[in-house]
Design a protein around this ligand. Structure first.
Ligand code: PLP
Length: 311
């Protein structure tokens, strides 16, 4: 089922399966508006939430309550790309009658197929890879016919998150090139991983296919590719240095979102020291990059210049 945004896909899938008094177990550090749905919106209807970090079956199971009705996953999650074991979680959920939902936007349906691991509902922000041209907002909900019917006659018809005919036309255009776009972003992102991994000014690289990463084996088991997202922590101590680096970048655009043809980056620092806001839990040295369709050499020349600024 196609809806008006990724967020609409998330909220329709979630709300269709909850009622007053229910509890949600959600992965730690999900997409920001997913967190706001659980922290700020659903409590108005008497629904509670806890967040979990995936370690193993036992620790996961210990956080399930008698009233847990939905488990919400994002694997890899936003910004730091932690994975959850989809097969293990689906099995536990099935045994307890809990609906499992995953936000699968990071990998697209080409690089990870959660329904094959037993997950009940898969949602995508089609604003990202599926449309792929940064000119449409759209979301997708994938599940059994029975579940889709339930969401259609419930949240979809009641709340009305429709898609316009023109946006549908644009998204179909985008879908036709999804495999080659994704492959190109994935290939260049892997090259960028090696570049960052060996760079003295990078303290840490977040990339699921890093052979040194604790979850490398899990990534290989459930993902067939990564796509264009990668995060780093700069090896600097001050916000001024992060700012000097960021200001030098010109070929990646500083912007939210991702999944289109153009490379983007999002520094955590942009969310620091905003009057009336709490500072993020993530360090100000963290920067998420999205690699689009440009050539590797073109992007790296830009980053070389930025690293020189903090040399
Ligand atoms: C962008 C994003 C969303 C929200 O999608 P919209 O189409 O912008 O509403 C949800 N989840 C993840 C992981 C995202 O990156």
């Amino acid at each position: 089922m196609v809806v008006g945004s990724g967020v609409a896909a998330i909220s329709c899938a979630v709300m269709a399966n909850l009622k007053t008094g229910d509890h949600v177990l959600c992965v730690d550090k999900p997409y920001s508006w997913t967190k706001k749905l659980f922290d700020q919106y659903l409590p108005k209807f008497g629904i509670s939430v806890d967040y979990f970090v995936w370690e193993n079956q036992e620790s996961f199971q210990s956080q399930i309550k008698a009233n847990t009705r939905v488990v919400f996953l994002e694997s890899p999650n936003s910004l730091t790309f932690e994975l959850q074991d989809l097969g293990a979680i689906a099995e536990i959920c099935k045994s307890k009658g809990i609906i499992s939902i995953i936000d699968n936007s990071h990998t697209s349906p080409l690089y990870q197929k959660p329904i094959n691991f037993g997950i009940d509902i898969v949602v995508h922000s089609a604003t990202k890879y599926l449309n792929g041209h940064s000119d449409v907002m759209m979301g997708v909900i994938c599940s059994s016919q029975e579940m889709i019917k339930k969401i259609f006659y419930g949240e979809y018809m009641t709340l009305g998150p429709i898609v316009s005919a023109h946006d549908a036309f644009l998204a179909i255009r985008g879908l036709r090139t999804l495999p080659i776009r994704l492959e190109q972003s994935d290939k260049t992102c892997l090259q960028l991983f090696h570049y960052f991994k060996n760079h003295p000014k990078v303290r840490k690289v977040y990339y699921p296919f890093d052979p040194d990463a604790a979850q490398y084996d899990l990534a290989k088991k459930q993902m067939s590719g990564n796509g264009g997202l990668i995060s780093i922590e700069l090896a600097v101590e001050t916000k001024e240095e992060v700012n000097a680096f960021v200001e030098k970048i010109s070929k990646f655009m500083m912007a939210a979102s991702w999944g289109g043809y153009e490379s983007l980056f999002l520094p955590t620092l942009a969310f620091y020291d905003i009057p009336g806001w709490k500072n993020p839990v993530l360090p100000f040295q963290l920067i998420r990059f999205y690699v689009g369709l440009e050539e590797f050499d073109y992007l790296v020349a830009d980053l070389d210049a930025a690293f020189e600024a903090i040399g």
